[in-house]
Design a protein around this ligand. Structure first.
Ligand SMILES: [Zn+2]
Length: 366
């Protein structure tokens, strides 16, 4: 296996979207299709794209696909993982009748602007719902929103937010709290985990790209890379296939028990999410055999990540009135989703190389 010898090279990580994209495109080679965002730019005026790279046989009946940047800023580690695998000669390790497809920057606006959300403050991973039907109802969010919207961000105001959230959680229980807090809400455009009032550009681009690359394949595995759930220096798997189903059993076979047993997930209750990107992937490719997973690289303890999610909201809606304070707080936000620590980044590259190679082998043995 080439993976053991691959050199850990932290230059796979980038400080800007443009840099990350350039590295990815260079490593991916010539077979890339790019979907240009028609009306948004990065902070330096740069164009924004969803880039889709195809490696291996274009007519393969089996595809191993990986995407990153659904939550914008979380795309930096994901991009580094994909670029590192490509630089390690990953394409040469793809067996016959297998293709690998990488999606770079599902939400390029958030990636470029270093935030989780889209240009409309939408959590793209709650936006893949059917907008022709009434939007999902999240009655618990009303109370969450009242608690989490302080005008000032300081230790006292944050302490009050967390005290009130804890009281709310005691009242409704862990599962209802998770569902209310981050299951997704469709009513408060200045809130958190907001699913939106309409389909985001990134949503349409992703579905178009899936339609253009996957319809001929019969066996498809897709992993959506994220950060901020699980222990620091490790990764965790979120498998949403029902226990015992074929997708679930394949994930277990290829990555082991940890791929399905939520090992390392410290949430006492994982929310019932609405509108996930992998839901859309499964809906488009309902005629194929599928295995889909979310992989998260852990960063901080859960409460610190929640704090960062609330800080993101404050920075967006109150930061412009207090730019000096916003500048001071920005590093705290970025570290929660894209840590700068070298040891953390090494762990991302080392572990992703291994689980990506396992994915390729698993899919080719299917
Ligand atoms: Zn995420």
């Amino acid at each position: 296996m080439a993976d053991r010898q691959a050199k850990i090279d932290l230059t796979a990580f980038s400080d800007s979207y443009a840099q990350a994209r350039a590295k990815f495109l260079e490593a991916a080679g010539s077979r890339v299709r790019s979907y240009l965002h028609p009306d948004q730019k990065g902070p330096g005026g740069e164009a924004l794209y969803l880039d889709v790279a195809l490696l291996g046989s274009p007519d393969a009946s089996r595809i191993f696909a990986v995407g990153c940047g659904t939550h914008g800023i979380e795309g930096y580690p994901g991009s580094a993982a994909l670029t590192h695998w490509l630089r390690s000669g990953g394409a040469k390790r793809i067996p016959d009748d297998t293709a690998v497809i990488f999606f770079h920057a599902h939400n390029p606006w958030g990636f470029a602007h270093k935030t989780r959300v889209t240009e409309e403050n939408v959590d793209l991973n709650r936006n893949f719902i059917d907008f022709s039907r009434p939007r999902p109802i999240n009655p618990g969010y009303e109370e969450v929103h009242r608690i989490i919207t302080p005008e000032r961000w300081n230790e006292a105001s944050v302490a009050t937010v967390f005290r009130q959230l804890a009281e709310f959680k005691r009242l409704v229980g862990e599962q209802a709290f998770s569902d209310a807090f981050n299951g997704g809400q469709y009513t408060h455009r200045d809130g958190v985990y907001y699913g939106g009032e309409r389909e985001q550009w990134s949503n349409g681009a992703f579905r178009r790209a899936v339609g253009e690359h996957f319809l001929r394949a019969k066996k498809i595995c897709f992993i959506d890379l994220h950060t901020a759930i699980g222990p620091r220096y490790d990764h965790i798997y979120l498998c949403f296939h029902p226990p015992g189903s074929p997708g679930y059993e394949r994930a277990r076979k290829w990555w082991g028990e940890r791929a399905v047993n939520r090992q390392g997930v410290t949430h006492k209750a994982v929310a019932v999410y609405s509108g996930l990107l992998i839901d859309a992937f499964e809906a488009i490719l309902a005629g194929a055999e599928l295995t889909t997973l979310v992989v998260e690289f852990g960063t901080l303890a859960r409460e610190d990540v929640q704090r960062a999610a609330l800080l993101q909201r404050w920075l967006r809606f109150h930061g412009p009135q207090d730019p000096e304070r916003a500048r001071q707080l920005l590093p705290e936000y970025e570290e929660a989703y894209y840590p700068s620590e070298p040891r953390w980044r090494e762990a991302v590259l080392e572990q992703s190389l291994e689980f990506l190679d396992r994915g390729v082998r698993g899919v080719s043995s299917w």
